[in-house]
Write a protein that binds this ligand. Structure first.
Ligand code: SAM
Length: 186
């Protein structure tokens, strides 16, 4: 069955961000993409597509490693219907995350959908799970971060191969190693 992880492997995470308004909320959608990448997603589909945003994220991924990409989703409904695995829609109206978390941890390939200002009602029906991170309105970035951390845990370092720079965690100050002579850390 496509939805089950093999040998306790980490589930595969893909994010779909719908309701993006190119030119109006590039910063918010950039933060959704950065959060998806940092929490271990392999890719983020974006509807409607925004090539310049995808380009900026590609440059972050080149510096900080991994193969994360922002891909165009011209037809988000088809993407949701065709997903081989489970579709989780994050919405304040859904089932509480605490109640769903043990079932979600058992999934193998998860497409997480986050919305924008208005969410098409059809999404509630198309999703296998409608999950709330608290029953109050907040943000797609916050919802995705809390969901990914609770269900999947931190992304393994192996997810960020071929980085040109890496942070060495410090209790105070900052330390970054350049892994590529052409790039110096800032
Ligand atoms: N009015 C919108 C609606 O119909 O759901 C909410 C818009 S909210 C600004 C944008 C997105 O943030 C939502 O589509 C959802 O993905 C996410 N979100 C906001 N609050 C959430 C919550 N409490 N739990 C889960 N997701 C949430």
């Amino acid at each position: 069955m496509p939805g089950r992880p093999r040998n306790g492997a980490r589930p595969r995470l893909t994010v779909l961000r719908i309701g993006h308004r190119p030119g109006r909320d590039p910063r918010l959608t950039t933060h959704v993409a950065l959060t998806a990448r940092a929490f271990g997603a392999e890719r983020m589909y974006l509807h409607p597509p925004d090539p310049s945003l995808a380009h900026r994220i590609a440059s972050v991924a080149r510096r900080w490693g991994g193969g994360f990409q922002v891909l165009p989703a011209d037809d988000w409904r088809r993407l949701v219907r065709d997903h081989r695995g489970h579709v989780v829609h994050l919405t304040m109206y859904g089932e509480p995350l605490d109640r769903a978390v043990s079932r979600l941890r058992g999934l193998g390939s998860v497409l997480v959908v986050v919305g924008g200002a208005k969410v098409p009602p059809a999404l509630f029906e198309l999703a296998d799970f409608n999950v709330a991170v608290g029953a109050q309105p907040h943000s797609e970035v916050a919802a995705l971060a809390v969901f990914a951390d609770r269900v999947f845990g931190p992304a393994p370092i192996a997810r960020f191969r071929h980085a040109r720079r890496r942070i060495v965690p410090q209790p105070h100050g900052k330390r970054v190693i350049a892994l590529d002579a052409a790039e110096s850390p800032s």
